[in-house]
Design a protein around this ligand. Structure first.
Ligand SMILES: Cc1cc2nc3c(=O)[nH]c(=O)nc-3n(C[C@H](O)[C@H](O)[C@H](O)COP(=O)(O)OP(=O)(O)OC[C@H]3O[C@@H](n4cnc5c(N)ncnc54)[C@H](O)[C@@H]3O)c2cc1C
Ligand SMILES: NCCCCC(=O)C(=O)O
Length: 359
């Protein structure tokens, strides 16, 4: 532990916490520790498909910028390391519609390669669609393992521990980053974050383009080819906490992807497994500073990424660094002796005590 560097504790070891940790460590200015109840492969992040595509997350203008910054980071820092190391591949994606789409997605101006699909690219049964030429997909478990390895190689350390009171980490650090995902509901009493249950099926490899039937944002039909296998999806069941795969959902996902193309009919697929994750959904991604204990402590919130955690992860990590720098300059020097450590814990924080004023 370098005493000249500021200590930071990140709560959460999903793609959001790990990306933030890597960016903070790369500056050389911080000692960074992750505290997390669940570690990969037992996080929501490990249940993701995953591909670059903004989905179920707001506000769309910021999601656009974060997505573009994440795409740039992947192109410069991750894709060049090679697929064997990171489990990440550049992959074109088609978003398909059976009805015309007058509106372009609000995030599209941020993504240079975004365009409407050409007639000659259209699949049978679809009349409209969009494409991004240089998106990416990752074998999620392999990518998450690479993120952990990168974080540790930069000097980060990971403690598997549940944080029951948000003030506990402040005994050890003046700056805490809240990357707790859906856990923010309990950790800081934010009832605005809720689960959107997603179920996927892992199958043997399929074709070389990610295909997503977006006609219905609740009954999803997508095929995402990855490095060692492909993922079929999916579901978007709000406020559903069931973590067990449902046979009914599997049947309905298979029916939906078969309608994308005959090559995805069940007889042509070899099912390898099913996964379920609870997307940390919120009306708006919360990425902001909160000063605690009369301005002596800084809590940076970075949670509520819905269906886009991987797609915005590096953009949000870069903004987390900006918030840390901005907030740290405003911290009143905390002379540890005048804040007895037990005083931080002797009052349980009521859920109503948090203010969720978003910027
Ligand atoms: C089926 C499915 C498919 C998806 N596909 C994609 C996709 O293709 N592209 C994409 O961009 N996104 C996708 N997503 C969304 C993406 O998975 C999430 O947005 C992302 O994983 C959120 O990351 P996170 O780090 O915030 O949360 P998590 O991965 O849930 O990590 C939260 C961490 O905080 C810890 N934690 C919580 N509370 C506490 C506490 N009190 N004390 C200590 N630790 C705590 C947890 O243990 C965990 O380590 C998908 C999601 C699902 C379910
Ligand atoms: N629009 C389809 C989204 C693909 C996968 C994904 O982001 C999800 O299921 O959350």
């Amino acid at each position: 532990m370098n005493i000249h560097k500021k200590d930071i504790i990140i709560i959460g070891c999903g793609c959001i916490g790990l990306s933030a940790g890597v960016i903070l460590l790369k500056t050389g200015d911080y000692n960074v520790k992750i505290w997390a109840k669940d570690l990969p492969p037992n996080t929501t992040s490990n249940k993701a498909a995953a591909l670059w595509y903004p989905f179920l997350s707001e506000p769309l203008d910021k999601v656009g910028r974060w997505s573009q910054e994440t795409m740039d980071y992947f192109k410069k820092e991750i894709i060049p390391l090679g697929v064997e190391k990171t489990g990440t591949l550049t992959k074109k994606v088609y978003e398909l519609y059976r009805t015309p789409r007058a509106q372009l997605p609000e995030w599209s101006p941020f993504v240079p390669s975004f365009r409407r699909m050409k007639k000659e690219e259209m699949l049978d049964g679809y009349i409209d669609g969009f494409t991004v030429e240089d998106g990416f997909v990752m074998d999620t478990d392999q990518y998450m393992d690479w993120l952990v390895e990168s974080f540790k190689a930069l000097g980060g350390s990971i403690d598997q521990r549940e944080v029951v009171d948000i003030r506990e980490p402040f005994i050890y650090a003046d700056i805490v980053i809240n990357c707790s995902g859906l856990g923010a509901r309990e950790l800081i009493g934010d009832r605005l974050v809720y689960p959107s249950r997603g179920q996927i099926i892992v199958v043997d490899n399929t074709r070389d383009i990610s295909l997503m039937d977006e006609e219905d944002e609740y009954q999803l039909g997508y095929v995402i080819p990855r490095v060692h296998n492909s993922v079929l999806g999916g579901t978007n069941q709000q406020h559903n906490y069931n973590l067990e795969p449902s046979k009914k959902d599997t049947e309905e996902i298979l029916d939906r992807v078969a309608k994308i193309s005959p090559q995805f009919e069940r007889k042509n697929l070899k099912i390898l497994g099913e996964k379920v994750g609870l997307r940390p959904s919120r009306y708006s991604i919360r990425l902001e500073n909160e000063f605690m204990q009369d301005g002596r402590k800084l809590l940076v919130h970075n949670y509520g990424h819905g269906g886009s955690g991987f797609t915005v992860s590096w953009g949000c990590a870069l903004d987390t660094l900006k918030l840390v720098r901005k907030g740290a300059d405003k911290l009143k020097t905390s002379n540890k002796s005048d804040v007895p450590w037990y005083s931080l814990l002797n009052k349980r924080r009521s859920s109503s005590s948090c203010s969720f004023v978003n910027d």
